[in-house]
Write a protein that binds this ligand. Structure first.
Ligand code: MN
Length: 313
């Protein structure tokens, strides 16, 4: 495994005529935005290269997000593969990325696995989309409107509208360059923020069923309620944001039943105090202030909440 910087990332990319771009399971706008953003950067700056996207699980936003190319294994085997926003092999949307001629990871998650030949991980970056934008800026690549739009979407959503701790002056310098390209902020914001009427109703149902304990708020989405609201696990997961702006609530959690796992998946968030150790205790992980647990039993929910309450500076 070789660690890279922005300049030798470019050198690696230039060596290959065919490149396949991957992302993580249950993709969000940072996964899709960094992937599609990089696709359009490469198409713009290296028109002779063949650039493919790979993704089996899609976000439900066909008006904004392009379809995946999903090239054949033959093509993958003759390509450089780049996996974006994905720290571990298990989190890859598809594991075929390791079959590429060489593989490269571009990511911002903590505790990256050594699963690729080349790695570029900056744990301090607020999004992978920001890293991809910086790759373009540092190498003086031309940034077109499509690339800029996707990268903006990833940056905006992964930073909760540029409100989290990892947002810094670099984030805004990148943002300023993307805006200069002439992206339509109002249009993109509507694409990424507007929810269906059904989700609007679900959001309000979940909000009135939130539970508050000291400085912690949480929602438990049981199998029955999930079915009643007509939400898939993937959709349900996004609703953690319902709890993100409540006075006096510093930490919050969302527990949602997953049929496939026969247990509850957990999303944990904190505005300030690190909570990733709590996630790790139950076999999960992620960022310091935003992490998750793949599966716990209903009985363990109270244990997680107790630990969240106890987590102090
Ligand atoms: Mn991300």
């Amino acid at each position: 495994m070789v660690e890279m910087d922005f300049i030798n990332l470019k050198e690696i990319i230039e060596k290959y005529n065919s490149i396949v771009l991957y992302r993580h399971i249950r993709p969000d706008y940072d996964a899709c935005g960094s992937q599609l953003g990089l696709k359009h950067l490469l198409l713009e700056n290296y028109p002779d290269k063949s650039i493919f996207t790979y993704g089996l699980e899609n976000m439900d936003n066909p008006e904004f997000l392009e379809e995946m190319d999903n090239p054949s294994l033959d093509i993958i085997k003759n390509s450089l593969t780049i996996i974006l926003d994905t720290s571990t092999h298990d989190r890859a949307d598809d594991q075929s990325y390791i079959q590429g001629l060489k593989s490269l990871k571009i990511d911002h998650h903590l505790e990256s696995e050594k699963n690729t030949d080349y790695v570029f991980v900056d744990e301090t970056a607020s999004s992978t989309s920001e890293l991809v934008a910086l790759l373009a800026i540092k190498n003086k690549w031309k940034i077109n409107r499509k690339a800029a739009s996707y990268l903006y979407a990833g940056m905006n959503t992964d930073t909760r509208n540029f409100t989290i701790n990892s947002v810094n002056s670099t984030t805004f310098k990148v943002l300023s360059i993307l805006i200069e390209v002439g992206i339509n902020l109002v249009e993109i914001n509507r694409y990424i923020n507007d929810i269906s009427k059904q989700k609007f109703e679900a959001k309000h149902y979940l909000a009135i069923n939130a539970i508050f304990k000291e400085d912690v708020a949480y929602i438990v989405l049981t199998k029955e309620i999930k079915e009643k609201l007509g939400l898939s696990t993937h959709e349900a997961k996004d609703f953690i944001y319902v709890l993100d702006s409540i006075k006096g609530i510093d930490k919050y959690a969302f527990f949602f039943y997953e049929d496939e796992r026969e247990g509850f998946s957990v999303s944990l968030r904190s505005h300030k105090v690190p909570i990733v150790e709590i996630a790790k205790k139950f076999g999960g992980g992620g960022h310091k202030l935003a992490c998750g647990i793949p599966k716990i039993s209903i009985e363990q929910i109270d244990e997680v909440i107790d630990l969240l309450i106890k987590a102090k500076e």
